[in-house]
Design a protein around this ligand. Structure first.
Ligand code: MG
Length: 342
C-alpha cells in the first residue's frame, strides 16, 4: 500500500456529501439493523442525494439479488434501484469470468444472488461436481443450505477445480443473534480439501473494483461500521472512508486500530455525511478537538475538557494512533472513554 500511516481523523470544511461525489455505503449497521432503518439514516440519505451525492450500497452478502436489496431499502423509505446495489456475488462472478472460458459452467454453493450474478457474466450455474464445472463458487446460502452442497464443492475442489468465495465473513448478524457466515462455510470446504479459495468481497480489491466499475465514482467515500471489512477495503482501494458508530465498532476498537483499519473520518451516524468534520490539532503536548484535549500517558490515554463526545473520541484517536504509529495502541482507554459516556 502506498498510503502513509494515518495518525488522526481528518477535518473537512465542506459537508462530506459535497466533498465526495459518491457514497459507497455498507448496509448492516450503517443503513439498517435487524431489518429496521437505523436512526437518521432515511433522512440523511435523502438530503445527501437531493444535494447531488450518488448513493450506492455495497454488501458482502451474496444471498440476495440487487433487486431484492433495492426493494428492501425502498420499503424502508430509501428509494433505490437495483443498479445502486453492488454485491460480493457480482464481484466474484467477474473474478471468475476473468479466468474461465466464456459460457463456462460454475458449480454454485449459495443462493439466488450468486446464480443471477453468474448469468449476468454469461456463466452457467450448475449444481453437481459431476457437471464438469470450470470453477466452484461459494456464497452465503442462508439457513436452508443442505450439508450435501459442501460435499459437492469438496469433490470438485479436491480434483483441482479452481475455487472462489464471494466473501469470508465468519459471522452474520441475525435478529436472534450471531449466525455462521459464508466464511464459516468456506472453512468447511477448506478443512475437507486443504485448498485455498480466491476471495472477492470486502476488504479485498475485487469488491472495490466492482463498486468503482459499476458506479463510475471519481471521488468516492466508503461509509461503513466495520474496521476489518469496510474501512480496510477503503484503505486497500486507496480511497477515503467514514466510520459510523451505529454498528459493530465501539470507541475501544477504534482507538486500538492498526493503520489499515483507521478511517479518514468518524461520526455517530449517517448525519455525518451532511456535516463538515472538525480538525484535530496538536496543542499542549496533546491533541485537541472541540473542547477536548487527549494525550498518551504512561499507561493510559488521558482526556480533559468537555463538549461533544465525538470530538473527545476524535482527539483520543489522534493520541492513540500517533503513539501506536504503524502498530496498535496498547494504552488503557477505559477512563478516557468513560468520560465520554462509553
Ligand atoms: Mg456493516
Amino acid at each position: 500500500m502506498s498510503q502513509s500511516v494515518r495518525t488522526r481523523p481528518e477535518g473537512s470544511g465542506q459537508a462530506l456529501s459535497e466533498a465526495y461525489d459518491t457514497a459507497l455505503l455498507d448496509l448492516d449497521g450503517v443503513v439498517y439493523a435487524g431489518g429496521q432503518a437505523i436512526a437518521h439514516a432515511v433522512d440523511s440519505l435523502a438530503t445527501a442525494r437531493a444535494g447531488g451525492m450518488r448513493l450506492a450500497y455495497v454488501t458482502n452478502n451474496a444471498l440476495r439479488t440487487p433487486d431484492a436489496v433495492a426493494a428492501h431499502l425502498t420499503e424502508l423509505g430509501i428509494p433505490t434501484g437495483a443498479g445502486d446495489v453492488i454485491t460480493s456475488a457480482q464481484a466474484v462472478a467477474r473474478l471468475i469470468a476473468d479466468q474461465v472460458s466464456p459460457g463456462a459452467r460454475v458449480l454454485v454453493i449459495g443462493g439466488e444472488g450468486l446464480r443471477v450474478a453468474l448469468r449476468e457474466r454469461g456463466l452457467e450455474p450448475v449444481e453437481s461436481a459431476d457437471d464438469d464445472p470450470a470453477a466452484v463458487v461459494q456464497g452465503f446460502g442462508g439457513p436452508d443450505l443442505p450439508w450435501g452442497r459442501f460435499a459437492e464443492a469438496s469433490y470438485a475442489v479436491a480434483r483441482g477445480v479452481p475455487w472462489f468465495a464471494s466473501n469470508t465473513d465468519l459471522t452474520i448478524p441475525s435478529g436472534r443473534g450471531i449466525a455462521p457466515g459464508n466464511g464459516a462455510a468456506v472453512e468447511v470446504v477448506r478443512i475437507a480439501t486443504g485448498a485455498e479459495p480466491q476471495v472477492a468481497g470486502k476488504p479485498l480489491p475485487p469488491m472495490h473494483r466492482e463498486t468503482i466499475l459499476r458506479t463510475g465514482a471519481r471521488r468516492p467515500l466508503v461509509v461503513g461500521d466495520r474496521l476489518d471489512t469496510d474501512i480496510e477495503g477503503a484503505f486497500n482501494g486507496d480511497v477515503d472512508s467514514l466510520l459510523v458508530l451505529t454498528g459493530v465498532t465501539d470507541g475501544a476498537k477504534l482507538l486500538a486500530a492498526p493503520p489499515r483499519h483507521r478511517p479518514t473520518y468518524v461520526d455517530a451516524d449517517l448525519r455525518g455525511l451532511l456535516a463538515g468534520q472538525p480538525e484535530v490539532v496538536e496543542a499542549d503536548g496533546g491533541f485537541r478537538c472541540g473542547g477536548w484535549t487527549a494525550r498518551a500517558g504512561e499507561e493510559r490515554l488521558e482526556l480533559e475538557g468537555d463538549g461533544a463526545a465525538l470530538d473527545g473520541l476524535r482527539a483520543l484517536c489522534a493520541a492513540a494512533w500517533t503513539v501506536a504509529g504503524e502498530g496498535v495502541c496498547e494504552l488503557d482507554p477505559g477512563k478516557a472513554l468513560a468520560r465520554l459516556g462509553q
